[in-house]
Design a protein around this ligand. Structure first.
Ligand code: DOR
Length: 444
């Protein structure tokens, strides 16, 4: 890697807004607006392009260890690099599940050998591992499956949830679908006969009950809590009510995330895409899509992340309900959202807030998420005018397919840096590069 790189003439998305300013990368760090005569080993003329902080995806499933026929830390991180994602936070439903400090440390060790971009791992909650959750360090926080999904992690009993919120201090995030409601719906539909039944089993009610319950726990325990993959208009209303209740943003403990698939797909897409758009929480209606976009614009939802959850096409091809839930997305999430910027759905500033700044803030990530003096040079250069089509055959993630196959997008990442090293040059991913363990500062 060159010791220094000068990026000239890009429009940079700084915390205060877009500004045309030169950026010097030196020793893996950002130097803003260097002196006019500064020279660097390498100079890039980025006129006409936008420079963004590298994306931080706070919800991915990379299946390593245990399910590496679907994805592994190398292939998942390769997809990240090409997608402009410089940091991922990965979920604990691997095999074995990441429910002890020991397993967490093993995953970190594995990632140091395999991951091209920067990495962090959640520790999963079980009904009886509070001691592990209390001891865990080197993690963004605790993941609770309040409703079950892929894997067997589940904490749905009130007493266990109260204990986790009361007796731990790390930030908590949760998969919110009410287990009882899902089971009742499934029984009424005899387990489900066709893919459309998925959204009837994992219905609006299931998502709303669980999200309401989790927000209530967070408020009563004054515990930092993040709602993962919001999928319904009603949950947006719950988040709006919460913000009206706690008007000072500094005093809020609840934040929320939405995924591209819940913004862009709805039940009308089952006919065309079948189980490729089967995920948990399920996709809902067009009206829900619209309310989720609005919630992003209004700040009721702060984060966009993918819930990248790959399964092979063979697995997906099984008839419902044997087809597994989840889809790969980390490689295309930035392009999907840049395209949404071009369509006028959100601003580029909002995209940067939701994909870079907010995840860094919510998970107490040190020195990332902003183009700021002294921050890590995790950067992505994007061409807002570049038009390309998502194709299965071009996917770098191991599963080798995308539910957006054949979709043309305008706005793509063309270069990605991790700590000042180019990990994607617009064509190739630098497979030899190794990212770093993300540092979290959870001090109050
Ligand atoms: O659809 C999903 N798949 N949702 C989840 O929460 C888990 C994920 C997976 O790991 O397959």
């Amino acid at each position: 890697m060159p010791a220094s790189t000068l990026i000239k003439n890009a429009t940079c998305l700084l915390p205060g807004g877009a500004e045309q300013i030169n950026v010097l990368i030196s020793q893996g760090k950002i130097i803003l607006d260097p002196a006019v005569h500064t020279t660097a080993e390498e100079t890039i003329d980025a006129a006409g392009l936008h420079l963004l902080p590298g994306v931080i995806d706070d919800q991915v499933h990379f299946r390593d260890p245990g399910l590496t026929h679907k994805e592994d830390l190398h292939t998942g991180s390769r997809a990240c690099a090409a997608g402009g994602v410089t940091t991922f936070l990965e979920m604990p439903n691997t095999n074995p599940a990441t429910i002890t400090c020991d397993e967490l440390h093993k995953k970190l060790e594995l990632a140091s050998k395999k991951s091209i971009v920067n990495y962090g791992f959640y520790i999963g909650a079980t009904p009886d591992n509070v001691a592990e959750l209390q001891q865990a360090k080197r993690t963004p926080g605790i993941k609770i499956f309040i409703g079950s999904s892929t894997g067997n992690l589940l904490v749905d009993q009130q007493e266990a949830l109260e204990r986790i919120f009361a007796e731990t201090t790390l930030p908590i995030c949760a998969h919110c679908e009410d287990e009882e409601t899902v089971r009742r719906n499934a029984a009424a539909l005899e387990g489900g006969k066709c893919i459309e039944d998925h959204s009837k089993i994992r219905n609006h009610e299931a998502a709303v009950i669980a999200t309401k319950r989790a927000i209530d726990l967070a408020i009563r325990h004054n515990h930092h809590f993040h709602v993962l993959h919001v999928s319904t208009a009603q949950e947006c209303e719950l988040l709006r009510e919460y913000q009206q209740q706690v008007t000072d943003p500094a005093k809020r403990v609840v934040s929320a995330e939405v995924c591209p698939h819940h913004l862009l797909f709805n039940i009308d897409d089952y006919q065309r895409l079948g189980s490729l758009v089967q995920m948990n929480p399920s996709i809902k209606t067009k009206a829900d899509n619209e309310r989720l976009w609005q919630a992003l614009r209004q700040g009721e939802i702060q984060v966009i992340a993918t819930d990248h959850a790959p399964h092979t096409l063979e697995e997906k091809d099984q008839p419902y309900p044997r087809s597994p839930s989840g889809l790969p997305a980390v490689e295309n999430s930035l392009a999907l959202m840049l395209n949404a910027v071009n369509q006028g759905r959100i601003s580029l500033e909002k995209l940067v807030e939701c994909m870079c700044e907010a995840p860094a803030e919510i998970w107490d990530i040190v020195n990332k998420g902003k183009i700021e003096e002294g921050y890590d040079a995790d950067l992505v250069l994007v061409d807002m005018n570049l038009e390309k089509t998502i194709l299965n055959e071009n996917q770098r993630a191991k599963a080798g397919w995308s539910p957006w196959h054949g979709v043309s997008l305008t706005g793509w990442p063309v270069k990605t840096w991790c700590h000042g090293t180019v990990v994607y040059d617009g064509k190739q991913v630098c497979e030899d590069h190794r990212g770093q363990e993300v540092k979290f500062d959870h001090s109050p």
